[in-house]
Design a protein around this ligand. Structure first.
Ligand code: GLU
Ligand code: MG
Length: 439
């Protein structure tokens, strides 16, 4: 690896790259990074660079909580080691390159709080069982002119939803996105003006799960840089305003055995596994206070635990087909750590393949339009509505909670509690505003 890092550093230096972002996402889905000069890349790839161990207990507002017993003092350092085969020069920031990191202890042991390693373990487990996953994120975000305090009062495009005309004022930005994504090695499936105020959606091509999470992080960096170059800012926050359509980061997955897509049959156990654990999954895939505010009926975001065939209100939307059959998890957003989100989805899906829980009939309507009595009769429950309910759902599923391991689970829960305490004496508008530009 050092050889590969030295070679990359040499090429970068010759091409006018001065530094490399060593990037990861914390337990709030917030990207963090350290830049090393290219001359330091090989050393970083060998020994790592130092960082505080407390990143695992940063909350969504950059406050550090000491309530998790494993990380209860300001002392301690970890090593961030770039994943060299994922190094990319950033097309939109040509003096910089980018690589995701793995986190290690000072002694070079795996750091139990390393989210990327948690996903790598699930992928290894899948491969031991002869399973191969494919995953891809769809990113919804809102655009505003640089300097805007929010999106709703200064929308970056006028709509109409899905209109080609809506994107005319953003032509240069759209062109940069298409160029920079390709140059950064990211595949865009589609891009369009979405339903929400000044909203754009961009889907990433499906790939292996770890690459899908890496890509999701790199996509954010790429979009932020392109927006900046065009005098814009983007909000990836789950909600940009009360009563407005949210930004879902829907997660598409499928799983193959011996090349056969098991999602061709919705009743293979995978979908049933996700449905069985959906409340606990959502505690990881849509974990912030604004996440729970986004999951309202009528907004295509998923508010009740059910599945449907191409039903856009369903948190689990089954998309039929042969090779491309997959399931879309809508209760997923930018405040999730992309590695942890995928790790728990894989684990719940694999448990479903093992246990084959009964799959109820799909629902074609919006259960939000039913009475509470109808929902009760048809066995459709609301998803956890706040942090406390999410926490209870998470603890009620050892299948999901166990994926994180005790240390990371403790830190993750401490961070959620810290966020909830922050939000307790704030209004809904204040909460939305404080998360707008965090991701
Ligand atoms: N914006 C919706 C959400 O919050 C999703 C709309 C769609 O189906 O693409 O997830
Ligand atoms: Mg969408």
């Amino acid at each position: 690896m050092t050889k590969a890092a030295s070679a990359a550093a040499k090429d970068f230096a010759a091409a006018g790259v001065y530094g490399v972002h060593l990037a990861w996402a914390d337990n709030n889905g917030i990207p963090r990074s350290r830049i090393v000069p290219v001359a330091g890349l090989a050393d970083a790839a060998t020994r790592g660079v130092g960082a505080t161990s407390l990143f695992a207990v940063f909350d969504s507002h950059d406050a550090i909580t000491y309530s998790h017993s494993g990380l209860s003092t300001p002392s301690g350092d970890i090593r961030l080691v770039p994943v060299v085969d994922r190094l990319r020069r950033l097309a939109g920031q040509p003096a910089l390159a980018w690589a995701p990191v793995r986190q290690f202890t000072q002694d070079g042991d795996p750091w139990p709080y390393c989210q990327r390693s948690v996903l790598e373990r699930q992928v290894a487990e899948a491969s031991e069982r002869g399973l191969e996953f494919r995953a891809g994120y769809e990113l919804e975000f809102a655009v505003a002119p640089a300097g805007s305090s929010d999106v709703l009062t200064s929308p970056g495009h006028p709509g109409p939803a899905y209109s080609p005309h809506a994107l005319v004022p953003l032509d240069g930005f759209v062109a940069s996105l298409l160029h920079d994504f390709a140059a950064n090695g990211l595949r865009i499936g589609q891009l369009h003006a979405e339903y929400g105020v000044a909203q754009i959606e961009l889907s990433l091509g499906a790939t292996d799960p770890v690459s899908a999470a890496d890509d999701q992080l790199l996509a954010r960096q790429t979009i932020h840089a392109a927006a900046h170059a065009h005098g814009l800012v983007v909000s990836f926050a789950p909600l940009v305003g009360l009563g407005a359509a949210g930004n879902g980061w829907h997660l598409h997955t499928s799983v193959r055995r011996k090349g056969q897509n098991l999602l061709e049959d919705p009743d293979s156990g995978y979908l049933a596994g996700l449905l069985r654990d959906l409340p606990a999954l959502t505690a990881i895939t849509a974990p912030s206070v604004p996440s729970t505010m986004r999951l309202r009926p009528g907004y295509f975001a998923g508010a009740y635990a059910f599945w449907g065939v191409e039903n856009r209100e369903a948190p689990l939307r089954y998309i039929a087909g042969s090779d491309h059959a997959n399931v879309e998890l809508k209760t997923s957003d930018a405040s999730a750590n992309p590695y942890l989100a995928l790790a728990v989805v894989l684990a719940a899906g694999m448990a479903g393949l093992d246990d084959r829980p009964a799959l109820p009939d799909p629902i074609g309507e919006d259960p939000g339009s039913w009475t509470a009595g109808e929902r009760e009769t048809r066995g459709v429950r609301p998803l956890p509505a706040d942090t406390a309910e999410q926490d209870a759902a998470l603890l009620a599923s050892p299948r999901v909670a166990g994926v994180l391991g005790d240390d990371l689970l403790g830190a993750f829960r401490a961070v959620r509690a810290s966020d909830a305490a922050w939000a307790a004496d704030r209004t809904a508008d204040e909460i939305v505003a404080a998360h707008l530009w965090r991701y």
